[in-house]
Design a binder for this molecule. Structure first.
Ligand SMILES: *Cc1c(COP(=O)(O)O)cnc(C)c1O
Length: 498
């Protein structure tokens, strides 16, 4: 049965309002805004019930509140197809206690990074949404990636009927293993392109293609339509709410906290999708106290939380946590809209200012509503030191992104003495960023080859080399297209044969 009290999704920039399945299909609203639920639904099950649930059951309990126009059968089908043995553990997202925090390992999926959590289900949400809305066109997924989204989207969509996927990544701006993962992607419906520019240019290029009405018409005539797998798609955001609920329930089940106790979460942040999902979980009624936003040297968000000014006019810094090398955190718009009193006009003004001047200021009234957020950042050397410290003390090896979060957690504790139990979102396997991780532990590893390092990491950390890495050891490069930023649209047309 479809929920009669169906939740609507509204653009952050106008009154455009759609159902959940339409929001998933469209990705972005026609006016360039992001779809947000008109209200954040409450959890309808108790913490004690959640504590007994599997990951899939938790996923259903959370997602059904957001995707109210999906039938129970449709949603359960999507969940079953997503969270299966593509994950190397039945728990899907295990919690590991180390150094005064709980690491929520979100990297047990096909591409060993947290984007698998959402991108393993998005293709199914999308094809289900297409059926529900009588869409006959083939869906073309267009994605810009700073490294992890690309591979996770490729893995999710490869050979999914009725879809094609095109991924743009900054050539030289992703790790060698990330690049190898993408350019070896199999599947006739996949296409991977390196651009001569950075991630923000790739993202702006994709946005421009999405916004091109003539192209959309041409595509429609040829039987195609675009959709987005980027974290702006509500179909990415909703599945991410699940693991915060799951983590909390596991802490209760394991006797680490009592139902109702507040916890903090620390999230290594780039596009602001993952931490926004934690914010949604809090708004659903999950007892989260502080949302700790961790940045690397590209600390736009830290500056924003401390000053109330968002300013992307600064040097773009390549760091060892490349998936967080971002100057425009797209999902922040959803928070801005909310703290602007769900005022699409006010939000549009700020986003226009961001577009034209590269910055905007929020009012004091808006800033007051950010009290639950804490922002800080970690420098490159702090990040490396944290990896080494945690390894030396506990033997547990974390990746560079997670280490940014662990560093910020340390700073937060020192500043506040807050004793809340804390969950740190562990967003990538150390095997995905082997060189940076191993160099942090000991500079002697610098001399080793990539795959030698993989074996050494496995040995010193006492963890099996993940399948995702084994697979690419000897895989053939299947994609070698490189283009200029202003050639992106032509490349898309060529791939689609239009
Ligand atoms: C994408 C990514 C992030 C940043 O997540 P956002 O939702 O963009 O804030 C952090 N760490 C890793 C490993 C990622 O792939």
């Amino acid at each position: 049965m479809v929920n009669v009290l169906s939740l609507q999704y509204k653009s952050t920039r106008s009154d455009e309002t759609v159902t959940a399945s339409q929001a998933i299909l469209k990705g972005l609203a026609s006016d360039g805004g992001l779809f947000v639920p008109t209200s954040i639904p409450k959890l309808q099950v108790s913490i004690d019930e959640l504590a007994r649930m599997s990951y899939k059951e938790t996923a259903y309990a959370v997602m059904k509140e957001f995707l109210t126009d999906f039938t129970e059968e449709e949603l359960k089908n999507c969940i079953d197809r997503a969270y299966d043995d593509k994950f190397d553990t039945e728990e899907i997202a295990p919690l590991v206690k180390a150094e005064g925090a709980y690491y929520l390992e979100l990297f047990h999926g096909a591409t060993i990074a947290f984007k698998d959590m959402a991108l393993s289900i998005l293709p199914h949400l999308l094809t289900t949404s297409a059926k529900k809305n009588d869409v006959k066109n083939e869906i073309v997924i267009l994605t810009a990636t700073s490294g992890d989204t690309g591979k996770a989207a490729l893995a999710g969509f490869a050979d999914v009927e009725g879809t094609k996927i095109i991924v743009f990544y900054p050539k030289g701006g992703v790790s060698p293993i990330q690049e190898k993962q993408m350019v070896t992607q199999k599947g006739d419906n996949t296409f991977v392109v390196g651009i001569k520019g950075n991630f923000d240019q790739a993202q702006s290029g994709v946005k421009a293609i999405f916004g091109n009405k003539e192209l959309a018409e041409e595509m429609n005539k040829a039987g195609f339509q675009f959709s987005s797998a980027n974290s702006i798609n509500i179909g990415r955001l909703v599945p991410q709410v699940v693991y915060y609920v799951y983590a909390y329930a596991k802490l209760v089940q394991n006797g680490e906290i009592n139902a109702g106790d507040k916890i903090n979460v620390v999230v290594p942040t780039g596009n602001f999708g993952n931490i926004l999902a934690a914010f949604y979980a809090k708004n659903m009624g999950l007892p989260i106290d502080k949302l700790i936003c961790a940045s690397n040297d590209n600390k736009v968000l830290y500056d924003f939380f401390t000053t109330g000014t968002y300013d992307k006019n600064r040097e773009f810094i390549l760091t060892t946590s490349p998936s967080m090398d971002i100057l425009i955190s797209s999902n922040l718009e959803r928070l801005i809209y909310k703290i602007a009193g769900s005022d699409s006009k006010k939000n549009t003004e700020l986003m226009t200012s961001l577009n034209t001047t590269g910055k905007y200021d929020i009012t004091d009234e808006m800033k007051e509503q950010l009290a639950d957020f804490y922002g800080n950042y970690a420098s490159e050397s702090e990040t490396a030191t944290t990896i080494k410290e945690i390894y030396d003390k506990t033997g547990y090896i974390i990746d560079t992104h997670t280490a940014v979060a662990a560093t910020v957690f340390k700073k937060y504790k020192e500043e506040t003495n807050d004793e809340n139990k804390t969950v740190i979102a562990s967003t990538a396997s150390p095997f995905k960023f082997t060189r940076s991780v191993m160099n942090a532990i000991d500079s002697k590893y610098d001399a080793m080859e990539d795959f030698e390092l993989v074996d050494e990491l496995s040995r010193i950390g006492n963890v099996k080399v993940p399948n995702a890495i084994e697979e690419i050891r000897n895989a053939d490069v299947l994609h070698d297209t490189v283009c200029e930023v202003d050639e992106m649209q032509d490349v898309v047309k060529k791939f689609l044969g239009i």
